[in-house]
Design a protein around this ligand. Structure first.
Ligand code: HEC
Ligand SMILES: [Cu+2]
Length: 347
């Protein structure tokens, strides 16, 4: 369902130019707008219809012409009409909305991942290649980007109106959102969940670059260490490798290839190992014991920051062979030059 009649384009252009409406700068934006305008149109038509009837009838049946009220018996045809037409309209809204919902919630498999950590009152972005940004996010055009987000304190909400993107950022749990930017430029980031005194200052900017410029940016802004490399160091310094050495005699399971796999727990249930599961396995190991192992892993609650957890998660992800190949490519690529650019923070 691609909507591009001339009139539609004109309307959107005019709305954007008039600053009444955000730009359409992601692949999903025209689709959400189409539904939005559809709802707007049927609502306005309904309003005019009902308004006109109220107005017309109050003149036609005014008291001086009809001093005595007359009881009107029902009309099946009329009632069926005003039941079936709205029902059909609502069903269209429902099916259309549900299709769009699934599209918005399901990231394409080739999406690149960026981590976002929200805290009072700023946004941190962490790229797998080791680029760290504050209140800024660089992404390329033409490539779906998935954000894996978490809050370090209270509820926040990450919103980029020009992309029609908005998702809660919650303490203690990863939430995700994805978009594919279509036009190079800069776009506002807002926090759309009231989160304290300086909530209104919790803003930032997405910079969308062409793929070539983005490549240049990743090379120029790397901190020298990818997230996975930081994670590898943490993994050693926190003593994880004492149990997860990968050898058969180790007390903990081999973590290579665990990401994306299905684990069977001691209670018989099966879980899919994704980012959220890895994070939880480190913080609450006693909640889900992998079958065949003793519940000896200590909890790391309070001992590692969200950034540290992201590094560990990213490291464990790279232990999957296929993923590692892909990662090493991007890391070695981004390790070549390392001058600091403004807005960069040390990890
Ligand atoms: C004392 C030994 C020990 C230490 C230290 C330890 N683990 Fe574990 N870990 C285990 C055992 C045993 C299991 C399997 C039972 C369970 O699920 O708790 C496990 C399970 C896991 C799992 C779930 C995946 C799976 O295959 O079961 C992850 C992820 C994990 N550990 C990561 C870590 C990280 C990261 C650290 C360091 C911050 C760490 N572990 C430190 C023993 C340990
Ligand atoms: Cu906030």
């Amino acid at each position: 369902m691609h909507i591009s009649p001339v009139l539609w384009q004109f309307l959107v252009k005019w709305l954007n130019a008039s600053a009444l409406f955000p730009r359409e700068a992601s692949t999903i934006a025209p689709y959400t707008d189409a539904l939005y305008f559809f709802l707007l149109v049927i609502t306005v038509v309904g309003l005019i219809l009902v308004g006109a009837l109220v107005f017309g009838f109050s003149i036609r049946y005014r008291a001086e012409r009809h001093p005595v009220a007359i009881q009107v018996e029902g009309s099946t045809l009329l009632e069926a009409t005003w039941t079936i037409i709205p029902l059909a309209l609502f069903l269209v809204c429902f099916v259309w909305g549900a299709l769009l919902y699934f599209r918005i919630y399901t990231p394409p498999t080739n999406a690149m991942n960026v981590y976002i950590v929200g805290k009072q009152w700023m946004w941190k972005a962490e790229h797998p290649g080791g680029q760290h940004e504050i209140n800024a996010l660089h992404v390329p055009t033409g490539r779906p980007v998935q954000l894996t987000m978490i809050s370090q304190d209270v509820f926040h909400s990450f919103s980029v109106p020009d992309f029609r993107v908005k998702r809660e950022v919650i303490p203690g749990r990863y939430s995700t959102v994805w978009f594919e930017a279509t036009e190079p430029g800069t776009y506002h980031i807002f926090c759309t969940q009231y989160c304290g005194t300086q909530h209104s200052g919790m803003i930032g900017e997405v910079t969308v670059l062409t793929p070539e410029d983005y490549k240049k940016w990743t090379q120029e802004s790397t901190s020298g260490m990818s997230l996975a490399q930081n994670g590898e160091r943490l993994f050693a310094s926190m003593g994880c490798n004492a149990c997860h050495s990968g050898s058969a005699a180790a007390r903990g399971p081999n973590l290579a290839g665990v990401y994306g796999s299905k684990l069977t727990l001691t209670n018989g249930s099966q879980v899919l190992v994704n980012d959220a599961y890895l994070r939880d396995a480190i913080l609450n190991p006693s909640q889900h014991i992998t079958a065949g192992f003793a519940p000896i892993m200590p909890t790391y609650q309070g001992q590692v920051s969200e950034d540290g957890l992201i590094d560990l998660v990213e490291y464990i992800k790279t232990l999957d062979t296929n993923y590692r190949v892909q990662q090493t490519l991007t890391t070695s690529e981004s390790n070549q030059v390392a001058p600091k650019t403004p807005g960069m923070v040390k990890p």
